[in-house]
Design a protein around this ligand. Structure first.
Ligand code: AP5
Ligand code: MG
Ligand code: ZN
Length: 220
């Protein structure tokens, strides 16, 4: 199953992609995670991307497209993949479609997590991540068992730099201006499925799995 997860910052794309990819044994390719790893390692991409990310702006299209296409080509695609946070502009989507057509691996489903603005602001301001393994928490919705520490590995939790209220506002504005248009693009192409991202994570996952089952692409 080859999928794209689409939705505003804080919609839960990453949370759902981690659960689904583990269950199905498919690749989870998060553009944001890959970019943040590049920033951490101080690579050429990371150096160029950093200031855009910290401001909540999109990293230039061509850089992201090249990075993601390379990652897709290198990965084990046999069982499929879920693209989380890519594409994010119609230009990126067209380039991705053309490249996947050549590889004979077209996108089969696009899931749009429709989520209210007040909910995403609440989620992003309360999000915490593990410094060591990257696991994702929310101080109220999904708190760790011990405050400030990761349940999985005991690592310290931190807040993403772009999760400040000011940068969240900017990210939402960028989403509305540059990414929302993708919903129409994929709706016209066919294969767009809409899920309510406002529900709790378990219910969103059930709905997601239900859609996959309906398509008879996977078995529970
Ligand atoms: P990226 O890392 O992709 O950030 P984003 O799109 O803003 O999305 P988030 O990761 O913030 O949200 P999410 O939907 O994954 O939510 P999550 O599951 O974590 O991108 C960062 C930056 O990189 C961009 O600003 C840009 O600069 C650059 N970039 C990335 N892709 C790019 C591209 N294609 N082109 C150009 N630039 C690009 O959940 C959020 C919180 O809510 C968590 O705390 C979680 O525990 C909680 N939660 C999740 N689901 C639920 C639920 N159902 N109920 C209650 N709580 C929930
Ligand atoms: Mg994410
Ligand atoms: Zn951890």
């Amino acid at each position: 199953m080859r999928m794209v997860f689409l939705g505003p910052p804080g919609a839960g794309k990453g949370t759902q992609a981690v659960m689904l990819s583990e269950r199905l044994g498919i690749l989870h390719l998060s553009t944001g995670d890959i970019l943040r790893e590049n920033v951490k390692q101080g690579t050429g991409i990371g150096k160029k991307a950093r200031s855009f990310m910290e401001k909540g702006e999109l990293v230039p299209d061509d850089m992201v497209i090249e990075m993601m296409l390379e990652t897709i080509k290198k990965g084990n695609k046999d069982k499929g993949f879920v693209l989380d946070g890519f594409p994010r502009t119609v230009y990126q989507a067209k380039k991705l479609d053309a490249a996947l057509q050549k590889l004979n691996l077209p996108i089969e489903m696009v899931v749009y997590f429709k989520t209210s603005t007040d909910i995403v602001i609440f989620r992003l301001t309360g999000r915490r991540l593990c410094r060591d393994c990257g696991a994702n928490y929310h101080i109220i919705n999904m708190p760790p068992k011990k405050e400030g520490l990761c349940d999985k590995c005991g690592g310290g939790l931190y807040r993403r730099k772009d999760d400040s209220e000011e940068t969240i506002k900017k990210r939402l504005e960028v989403y509305n201006n540059q990414t929302e248009g993708l919903i129409g693009y994929y709706r016209e192409k066919g294969g767009l499925k809409e899920i309510s991202g406002d529900l709790d994570a378990g219910m969103v996952y059930e709905e997601l799995f239900g859609i996959l089952n309906d398509r008879n692409k996977v078995r529970k």
